[in-house]
Design a protein around this ligand. Sequence first.
Ligand code: PRX
Length: 659
Amino acid sequence: MSSTINTMLVEKRVIHPAPEFAANARISSMDQYRQLCEEADKDPDGFWRRLAESNIEWRKPFTKVLDESRAPFYTWFEDGELNVSENCLDVHLRNGNGDKVAIIFEADDGTVEKATYRQLHARVCRIANGIRALGYGKGDRAILYMPMSIEAIAIMQACARLGLTHSVVFGGFSARSLHQRIVDVGAKLVLTADAQRRGGREIPLKAAVDEALSYEGADVVEKVVVYERTGAEIQWVEGRDIRLSEVEAGQPEECDPVAVEAEHPLFVLYTSGSTGKPKGVQHSSAGYLLWAKTTAQWVFDAKPEDVFWCTADIGWVTGHSYITYGAMAAGLTQIVFEGVPTYPNAGRFWEMIQRHRVTIFYTAPTAIRSLIKASEQNPEHHPRNYDLSSLRLLGSVGEPINPEAWMWYYENVGGSRCPIVDTWWQTETGAHILTPLPGATPLKPGSCTLPLPGIDAAVVDEAGNELPPGAGGLLVIRRPWPSMIRAVWGDEQRFRTGYYPEELGGMYMAGDNAQRDEDGYFWILGRTDDVLSVSGHRLGGTEIESALVAHELVAEAAVVGRPDATTGEAIVAFIMLKHPAAGDAEAQKIADTLRNWVASQVGPIAKPKEIRFGNNLPKTRSGKIMRRLLRLVAEGKEINQDTSTLENPDVLKQFTGVY
Ligand code: PRX
């Protein structure tokens, strides 16, 4: 964290929007930005009402904007009714844009398939009719465990059309994690594929579903719909499993959208928190859609002729808000990519931007860092070798982007011509919160700049007092906003204590540390809890610890993150075995076993990069594991601070071997 603070204090570069960009932008000056902020400040109800009336097509108009009577369980536009899928598809058909390309899908092997809004609408309707014929609809939950595909997006939209709440599980999670989510959300229906293709490899999906459904409590699931993506051989459970092609077969290409209440849960998305169990972040229909669409328009300065590419997976919130919902509601043409940035080589992203004439490119710092490294190793795949002149705007999301990576992105990908929107937000916020507006905001490399109009963000101390510029503290949002998390699925208490702690007197606590500078710009310093960000994936340290401790060889475990030049953070596990390893070779073998175990329990993305063994863990006299000190050990730093509060200071000396 200290390195972030240092870079920040020396970072003085300011990049102003180019006049040509500003002239055509939706929000084209700081004056216009300030005016919107003022409008929202003076009359929040009026501001949100105006946006909700102009950006959403309602089935039944709302009369009330915000209801705070059950705070922190806020509701928005409560008596209004709408259908989210209608707002993403039908509206474009009605406006004469049915033949506009909605999705350009590029497969792992480079095959390209396109779908217009009209074709996608027909597909969504057929799937929705098929799901309805199976007996599912509003009030039910469906789990998706799908590869990046037109089908996955169509299924999410089909669920929205029926008012069926979906919960997408990222394909990199294990059968155990999938099982946990299926049970927690109470899904009657699972939609998956035989396998997925990534980086030239075939990765089974249906097999993980079969395994997940063999565990206790998963008998809530009645049907498994299988999209045949690769033709891989799979097991088949008669009566339970059904092919997507059969679900769709013979279904009409029209399906009346079900009008749902504004607060109806559109989806639940699981994310890591500070305790072991992932939490199901519940989102609304109207408020969520409103901010996903509005931010897609403002922050990406969306224009009808744009070709938008968000490289996120639909298993994460970015894929929900800016692929499935935001981009579609905004009527954009977008790229959907099945593969990985490094296959068949590290020029894949640049080649795709060139091929499809992408104008807006939105990716994660971890991808940028890995491509910087790859293009240094192999200059052939450096972005300068591709025609990236179609680009006009770049975006970054998911973790802090260090100023050096920012500048590389700006110069080499954006040709020093494209603004970069560094968007800070979270699964819980639903959509962008702190971000530049590309035609207005002067940019500072490494800062996510300023709150969007309508967002009242601040940095406060632990008692909720606002801190002066330069002081690090808790990032909070002081007023509710429409796309905010509505609940932690099935756990009211966790919602209150996790996001609205009493000490902060009604402010939303993001769980990030941040600091503002003299211009009011926000600089994110990292998480306040044990949440790790590995290659932009949000993982719970406690969750990985719980998995390790559940292994028969392990007595105790502590997991921390240490900075990594490519993945942002790397997972380091400190482990006390029940019986110490007899030598190096055995320690290595055990480390490998434990890594695979974590992969099977949480997912391959959660495998520790380093494992260190000791015959105890550093603890306070009250028995608390001192993760702060372990972080220093993981970073290879000298421990010259006072360790007198430790029960067992010598323990720190033993973790020298790295496996
Ligand atoms: O720590 C912040 C970091 O990612 C966390 C949210 O993770 P998740 O819910 O998985 O959503 C990621 C995609 C929106 C935040 O608490 N984070 C996200 N965006 C940024 C960021 N940190 C710094 N700068 C960002 N632009």
